[in-house]
Design a protein around this ligand. Sequence first.
Ligand code: DGY
Length: 319
Amino acid sequence: MKVFINKRIPEAGIKMLKEAGMDVIIPENDQLSHEEWINYCKDTDTILNVGTHSFDKDFFNECPNVQAIALYSVGFDHVDIQEATRRNIPVGNTPDVLSKATSDVAFLLMQSVARRASYNYGKVKEGNWGDFDPLHALGQELYGKTLGIFGLGRIGFEMAKKSLKAFDMNIIYHNRHHNEEAERELNAQYVSFDELIRQSDVLSIHASFIPEHTELFNRSVFEKMKPDAIFINTARGGFHHQGDLYEALVSREIWGAGLDVTNPEPIVKDDPILELSSVCVLPHIGSATVEARNGMAKSAAENIIAFSKGEKMPHCANP
Ligand code: DGY
């Protein structure tokens, strides 16, 4: 079986595929144009895909030989799952292995914003350490505050667990379903969406992105949030309206924002949000640890190997 991998992934995954007898194709140039990428896909039966290429109807029409797709990501919002399912094409993803790493970044952003870390680091880099000033650049403490989680799955659970342990935070959440484990172990309380946005001191998004969520966090949400609230997005940039977020920060409707994902992504260099002292932006590094990326490589390889044996992928996004 031929497996096309568009970008080099950790060796552990490649080794598993080769040991399973697969013909692994990784182009020398890993910055393929869309056309080059499509040409590789046309010529393969199995794809291990790194990145957010769109697997839509056009793709499936153009690449009729593709029989299975293993994503190197937990998110599958760039895949038309319904169309893949209709064509009997399994789509694998990589949950679990990156939950700790991604929630670490949400936790990091929460603290960075609370203590104005990027603003203060910027001052040091500019050679502007400044005098000790009792009133300047004061942060806020997180102890005993309320953390609101939008989407309490695996990553949200890890974020809530860390925040409870470190800062004794009170956990509230809004989700499609009740998360009984979180209610039992973290004393998390299920609330309506409206209660979530009104009561959170820190609001952190951990849901899977679906089109209905596009820019759900917009002006009408920010204006209901507490003036000292911190907004954290490590899920998908499409969840928030970036212009409205900027306005909410400038007009002090909310206190700060930590973003590992932006809208659009990548963020443009002159986006005014980057100038704000109340903001910390990272370039989508949620899963960027050696451990998580190795885990993702192995998990994607396991999905392909299961498919090659005629078995169900262990992590399959199709219903
Ligand atoms: C994921 O795994 O979904 C990460 O966000 C990388 O795309």
